[in-house]
Design a protein around this ligand. Structure first.
Ligand SMILES: [Zn+2]
Length: 223
């Protein structure tokens, strides 16, 4: 696993800036506690905790079950060994690679809901590789499209997740689209092939088309 872009095709998920801190200093901690409640609610999970949550997500999450059966029907069925829980570097929140599977970073995950969203997000990448054998992540437009779809369809940008991140201060109209754009850009910006403004350009070019593409869902789940 390790390097997100070495070897076979892989997509790293960016960690949002707000979740990249290691040990916040006391003033920041005070601010976080005021904003989000107790510190205890934001302690990151251990590897065994996330492994147990992955078991439950695969068993109980309707979105994840739908994606698993869609992969199965597309001839790309995956099982429990496809999911790896590990500690990750600061700027990576998770990932997917065709030769390794789904990588979940327990040191970036705090709640069961976050684990569920991360699994759904990475399975959308897996689905995109399944349906398009020519998906090429060195192509920034390809990468942008699968990140837009993953942000749009996984539940990453649901009202609740944006509320938790404190991103609902602006007018609510269009917040879902802004969230998808922001999160897709965070991930594509990690791609070494998409530096120097290429990530911004690719996400802008692909937003309209790839937001509309909700395959394998009939519409954006939960909206
Ligand atoms: Zn992603």
């Amino acid at each position: 696993m390790a390097e997100p872009y070495s070897g076979a095709a892989s997509a790293a998920s960016a960690a949002e800036p707000s979740s990249s801190s290691n040990e916040p200093d006391s003033s920041k901690l005070q601010y976080l506690e005021q904003k989000y409640g107790s510190k205890a609610a934001h302690v990151h999970l251990s590897q065994p905790e996330v492994n147990a949550m992955v078991d439950k997500v695969l068993r109980d999450s309707p979105t994840v079950q739908y994606l698993l059966s869609s992969l199965q029907m597309g001839g790309c069925g995956v099982g429990r060994p496809f999911f790896h829980v590990t500690r990750c570097a600061d700027d990576v929140g998770g990932g997917f690679s065709t030769d390794y599977g789904v990588i979940l970073c327990h040191n970036k995950l705090s709640t069961y809901k976050e684990v569920e969203l991360a699994v759904a997000h990475e399975l959308i990448h897996a689905y995109d590789f399944c349906r398009a054998s020519n998906l090429d992540l060195t192509n920034c437009h390809h990468h942008a499209c699968t990140e837009i779809r993953a942000a749009n369809l996984s539940g990453d940008c649901s009202f609740y997740q944006e509320f938790v991140r404190g991103n609902l201060s602006e007018a609510m109209v269009g917040q879902h689209k802004r969230c998808v754009r922001r999160r897709a850009l965070l991930s594509v910006s990690l791609n070494p092939h998409c530096q120097g403004g290429k990530a911004e350009q690719a996400v802008s070019d692909m937003m309209k088309h790839c937001l509309r593409d909700t395959d394998p869902f009939p519409r954006v789940p939960g909206m």
